[in-house]
Design a protein around this ligand. Structure first.
Ligand SMILES: C[S@@+](CC[C@H](N)C(=O)[O-])C[C@H]1O[C@@H](n2cnc3c(N)ncnc32)[C@H](O)[C@@H]1O
Length: 210
C-alpha cells in the first residue's frame, strides 16, 4: 500500500474519531495538559506544528510566535479552528499532509514541533515526514517531538498491551513506532537530547537541522 493510500485510511478513521476525540482522550489529557505549557512555552519564532489535532497546544504558545499548524484530517482541523481563539500568537491552520507539505515553503521554520503524530504514522512513511521536517526547517532550526513508546518495565508493558488494540483502532497509534531511529538515520537532522516525561513511555526527542 502506498503512503497516500495509508493516509487516506487514516483520514477515514479520523472522520469518526474526531467527533469524540477530546472525550476519549480525556483520561490521558489530564496528564498531557500538565506537559503542554512547558513543551511549547519556550518556543519562539516561526513554528510548524505537525498533526495539530484538535488544537490542544495552541493556547500555550508565546505571543511572539508565528505558528503554522498542519493537520491531515479536516475533521480534526475544524475542531482546532475553534481553539484558535484561545491562542495568544498568530496562527495559520492548514489541511496538509506532513509527509508531503505541498503548501509549505523550504528553509523557513525555526522549529518543527509535534505531539503524538509520529506514533500514528506507519514506519514506512515516517521517513517522508522526517524529510519534510528537514526541508522546511532553517539551517540550525530545531525540532521537538513527543511520542509514546513501549516500556521495558513488565507491568507497564502489560498495561500498554491491554490498551494497544484500542489505541490503534481509534487513533491509528502504536507503541512500537521507530521514530527515534528514523531521525537518527537522517543525515540532516541531529538528535541533541532524548528524555522521558513519564516512566519510559513518553519519549521526547529534540534536535537540530544541521
Ligand atoms: C494522536 S493525534 C494527536 C493530536 C495532537 N497533536 C495532540 O497532541 O492532541 C495525531 C494527529 O496526527 C494527525 N496526523 C497523522 N498523520 C498525519 C500526517 N501525515 N500529516 C498531518 N497530520 C497527521 C492525525 O490526523 C491526528 O490528528
Amino acid at each position: 500500500m502506498k503512503a497516500h493510500e495509508k493516509n487516506l485510511l487514516l483520514q477515514e478513521k479520523y472522520k469518526l474519531t474526531a467527533s469524540f476525540y477530546d472525550i476519549l482522550d480525556y483520561p490521558w489529557e489530564r496528564i498531557y495538559r500538565k506537559w503542554r505549557p512547558t513543551l511549547v512555552g519556550d518556543l519562539r519564532g516561526k513554528i510548524l506544528e505537525a498533526g495539530v489535532g484538535t488544537g490542544k497546544n495552541l493556547k500555550f504558545y508565546h505571543e511572539d510566535v508565528e505558528l503554522t499548524g498542519i493537520e491531515l484530517s479536516k475533521d480534526m482541523l475544524s475542531k482546532a479552528e475553534k481553539r484558535k481563539a484561545d491562542a495568544r500568537c498568530k496562527v495559520n491552520l492548514v489541511n496538509e499532509d506532513a509527509t508531503v507539505m505541498q503548501t509549505i515553503n523550504s528553509n523557513q521554520y525555526d522549529w518543527v514541533f509535534s505531539t503524538f503524530m509520529c506514533c500514528v504514522m506507519p514506519d514506512e512513511i515516517q521517513k517522508l515526514a522526517i524529510e519534510q521536517f528537514t526541508r522546511v526547517l532553517k539551517q540550525g532550526g530545531r525540532f521537538r517531538l513527543l511520542e509514546m513508546v513501549y516500556s521495558k518495565n513488565k507491568a507497564i508493558r502489560k498495561r500498554q498491551d491491554f490498551f494497544a488494540p484500542f489505541v490503534e483502532k481509534v487513533y491509528g497509534a502504536r507503541f512500537d513506532r521507530d521514530t527515534l531511529r528514523h531521525i537518527e538515520q537522517s543525515s540532516n537532522l541531529r538528535v541533541t537530547n532524548t528524555s522521558f516525561l513519564k516512566d519510559d513511555t513518553y519519549l521526547l526527542i529534540e534536535g537540530t537541522r544541521v
